[in-house]
Design a protein around this ligand. Structure first.
Ligand code: C2E
Ligand code: MG
Ligand code: MG
Ligand code: MG
Length: 276
């Protein structure tokens, strides 16, 4: 299906790119160059608190437009980066760009923003290196640790390794928040969840998009909201596109939201114009 944000050309390329084993090495080579030359951008999608009526943070979402391939969606190039090891320099670049940008914005705002960065499983394969890099980037950007959140998927936790729990504990000790992205799609062991050093459950957008005008098909988001409450965790809904989805979430006292209803991911210039 054609993406809302792109034309046909983009879609045809994406499908071709993700399937073709011939295009993949070329795409990888282009991506490697783009990372080396810092030809990668970060977009920022606001996170809203409907109760206080404020934007309290933003999610950093990586963007890459190649001269030959055009706009390549992260769903296409992140898996390639993960398979090839490029995810390490890409992660460092995104962290660097996002932390320094938000640190600058925070200097100009009465209420600081928190920036959420997506971490891949690869980052947790060398947790000591990861922690060292995180500390380094925080120091350089002068972003306060409490204004950094990391988003990890449930699959990272599935391995149930003590090393990963330890890495999360260390992040928490520094003051960094941890959010479980796409929550509900990854079969977390619920008993395990209880003992993890995490702060937030982020309800996957597929569940939010199933909620209709009559607030039907809302059993799963409602269950996740209740689960978060029982475990004393924050909860945020992603992919909120419709007024009635927002209304449902508010009726269940889930007040943190992110989605096209409020704003698409924005370039740093657009974000600055609107919110800083
Ligand atoms: P994610 O972390 O779950 O990010 C949310 C995705 O949903 C983003 O897609 C965002 O643009 C999109 N989105 C936000 N609001 C709405 C909405 O109301 N409706 C719909 N249909 N979509 C919405 P995007 O930017 O294409 O990123 C896709 C995925 O790529 C991300 O999913 C994340 O898993 C990965 N990704 C993006 N940037 C990074 C990054 O810097 N590092 C890593 N490791 N992964 C990244
Ligand atoms: Mg995310
Ligand atoms: Mg998500
Ligand atoms: Mg995702």
């Amino acid at each position: 299906a054609a993406k809302k944000t792109g034309g046909n050309k983009v879609t045809i390329y994406s499908e071709k790119l993700s399937q073709s084993s011939i295009e993949r090495p070329r795409l990888e080579a282009h991506l490697r160059k783009a990372i080396e030359n810092e030809k990668i951008e970060v977009f920022y999608q606001p996170k809203i608190n409907l109760k206080s009526g404020t934007i309290f943070g933003a999610e950093a979402l990586v963007r890459w437009t190649d001269a030959e391939f055009g706009f390549v969606p992260p769903d296409v190039f992140i898996p390639i980066a993960e398979d090839t090891g490029l995810i390490q320099p890409l992660w460092e670049l995104v962290m660097k760009l996002a932390c320094s940008q938000v640190s600058k914005w925070n200097a100009a705002r009465p209420q600081p923003l928190s920036i959420s960065v997506n971490f891949s499983a690869r980052q947790f394969q060398e947790p000591v290196l990861m922690l060292q890099k995180v500390k380094e980037i925080l120091a350089e950007s002068q972003l306060l640790p409490k204004n950094l959140e990391i988003e990890i998927t449930e699959s990272i936790l599935l391995s149930n390794s003590s090393e990963i729990v330890q890495a999360l504990e260390s992040l928490k000790d520094i003051g960094i928040a941890v959010s479980i992205d796409d929550f509900g799609t990854g079969y977390s062991s619920l008993s395990y969840l209880k003992d993890l050093p995490i702060n937030t459950l982020k309800i996957d957008k597929s569940f939010i998009q199933n909620i209709n005008e009559n607030h039907e098909n809302a059993e799963i988001p409602e269950a996740i909201i209740n689960l978060a409450r029982s475990l004393h965790l924050d909860v945020i809904a992603e992919g909120v596109e419709e007024e009635y989805q927002k209304d449902f979430l508010l009726s269940k006292n889930c007040v943190q939201m992110q989605g096209y209803l409020f704003s698409k991911p924005l370039s740093k210039e657009e974000f600055e114009k609107l919110f800083i």
